[in-house]
Design a protein around this ligand. Structure first.
Ligand SMILES: [Zn+2]
Length: 188
């Protein structure tokens, strides 16, 4: 990040309605703060009321999901670049977790990143959690569904405004629900 971009980033942070980590303005920080935009305006569908955590065994998930879905969601796999039909999805609606069906991303934050994976500049508030991932030998920020813990992707600091973040998501870990269709019941 050059000096100008850095200060623009910090200017946005200072105006943000949520407290992004102060360390987001520390250029030595190599992993992004992945705080979502604190705004209910991003919701297309109605937010589910107090979804309880879903704790299934790996055997249960294996029997529910396809082999590829299980690999991505519960073995932190990555689908091949350019393989997701969701890359072409342009409609208004909500992207939900393939495993537990918790709404994770609104169509409002989806954008074309050119990476070959569905990309978003912010998730829905409080729907994803992050953790540090050293799998490739350098720090990355992994994120997963708060309800079932299913792995979704990684978040990077090269996204568009207003967050500057890029949530790089596996398409197989998401299902799309158009605005004119109801959200499916959360899986139990
Ligand atoms: Zn989930």
């Amino acid at each position: 990040m050059d000096r100008r971009t850095f200060f623009n980033h910090c200017a946005w942070v200072s105006l943000a309605p949520v407290a992004l980590s102060a360390s987001a303005c520390n250029p030595s920080q190599s992993t992004p703060s992945a705080s979502p935009v604190a705004s209910d305006s991003l919701w297309v569908h109605t937010r589910p009321k107090d979804p309880s955590p879903l704790d299934k065994s790996m055997d249960e998930w294996r029997s529910i999901l396809s082999e590829d879905e299980f690999y991505i969601l519960f073995e932190a796999g990555t689908e091949p670049r350019g393989s997701s039909p969701l890359l072409e999805e342009k409609r208004t609606g909500t992207y939900i977790c393939t495993a537990c069906r918790l709404p994770l991303f609104p169509s409002k934050t989806k954008y074309e990143s050119g990476t070959g994976w569905p990309s978003f500049w912010a998730p829905l508030e409080e729907q994803v959690e992050t953790k540090k991932d050293m799998k490739l030998g350098y720090p990355r920020t992994e994120y997963h569904c708060t309800r079932c813990g299913g792995h979704q992707g990684h978040v990077f600091e090269d996204g568009p405004e207003p967050t500057g973040l890029r949530y790089c998501n596996n398409g197989l870990a998401l299902a799309f629900v158009p605005a004119d269709a109801p959200l499916p019941e959360l899986r139990t």
